[in-house]
Design a protein around this ligand. Structure first.
Ligand code: 2P0
Length: 320
């Protein structure tokens, strides 16, 4: 039997940056994200009674670097004594480029592997398993606005507002293609060890999270915009002040931020956020989505734009 599951990437408005425990991959800070609708990863998992290693195909190519993480994740879900797995992954957006492809990939993987092994775990248990492989993946098990609480020895994850209740739109501006120079995990370790701003980042995260949660519950767009931009720039300040520094932005990243500032000056409800990569995500109210998409598409250096509403959490889509 083969099971296929689908998950969408999520975009953090209050960021996860830093780990409490590297072995268990536990985040040092809580975070808040929105799960997207239009971008997706579909993962198929098939367990076979054969000898030999697991196989992994990603967008029709081999992915040896990813295979170890995938095999470890399958061991967590289906047990180390599990049968050999054939895994196939397809994404309809650039992977490894700061668009949260590991979030959608591992969220879809745990759902497919659980179903393929005959399991029917609770969503929160699947989120914890996904998070052990990729911290942000835990959030893609849930739809809409999602809060992840970083506890001492485990995470909690829940939807705090369903997508139909506050239907924001996200416009992604692709400013560079190809993989990023430093992976998120390595970049976080560097920040923890060397940035003089890291302790301040940890100290203020709960305040930012509380403000963002209040803004979401109250559907206060201006308040959410202010705290999300602040939190994003603070995370990048930790990266910039790491040694050696980590700068994911390019000229076009800055141009997109200027475009969004100009839209804000004209009264359009939009704000930016940027993750571990050069792409810019503009979050806006639905009535602004068309003008935001046009403005970003015309910004210097923008290769492509993708627009998405908010969507559901990871789920099985097919079994055969
Ligand atoms: C986030 N990012 O909250 C932050 C913002 C990137 C910038 O979570 O090491 O690939 O696998 O747990 O999940 C990207 O980190 O990191 C990330 P690991 P992951 O979305």
């Amino acid at each position: 039997m083969t099971t296929i599951a689908q998950a969408q990437p999520n975009i953090a408005l209050i960021k996860y940056w830093g780990k409490r425990d590297h072995g268990e991959n536990l985040p040092a800070v809580s975070s808040l994200s929105v799960t997207l609708q239009t971008l997706w990863t579909r993962m198929s998992v098939e367990f076979r009674d054969e000898d030999g290693p697991d196989t992994l195909r990603v967008n029709d190519g081999d992915a040896p670097a990813m295979l170890t993480r995938v095999s470890h994740c399958l061991d967590l879900v289906s047990g180390p004594g599990r049968r050999r797995a054939n895994v196939v992954s397809h994404s309809n957006f650039p992977i490894g480029a700061g668009l949260a492809s590991s979030a959608s990939a591992f969220a879809a993987l745990v759902v497919a592997a659980d179903k393929e092994s005959g399991g029917c775990r609770e969503r929160i248990d699947l989120a914890r398993l996904a998070g052990a492989s990729s911290g942000s993946a835990a959030r893609s098990l849930f739809g809409g606005f999602v809060e992840l609480t970083a506890g001492e020895d485990r995470i909690d994850v829940m939807t705090i507002c369903e997508s139909p209740d506050w239907p924001l739109e996200v416009v992604v501006a692709i400013t560079a293609e190809g993989p990023k120079p430093v992976g998120s995990g390595e970049a976080m370790i560097r920040g923890e060890r060397t940035s003089p701003f890291y302790s301040a980042w940890l100290e203020r995260q709960d305040d930012d999270l509380a403000a963002a949660r209040e803004a979401v519950i109250g559907q206060d767009f201006e308040k959410l915009a202010a705290v999300a931009e602040h939190n994003c720039l603070k995370m990048h300040s930790v990266m910039w002040s790491s040694r050696p520094p980590i700068v994911f932005w390019n000229d076009s990243t800055l141009s997109c931020m200027e475009t969004i500032r100009a839209l804000q000056s004209d009264g359009h409800p939009v704000f930016f956020t940027i993750d571990a990569g050069p792409q810019v995500k503009a979050v806006c109210l639905p009535e602004a989505a068309a003008v935001v998409t046009d403005a970003l598409a015309q910004t210097a250096g923008v290769i492509d734009t993708m627009r998405s509403s908010l969507g559901p959490g990871a789920r099985p889509v097919e079994s055969s």
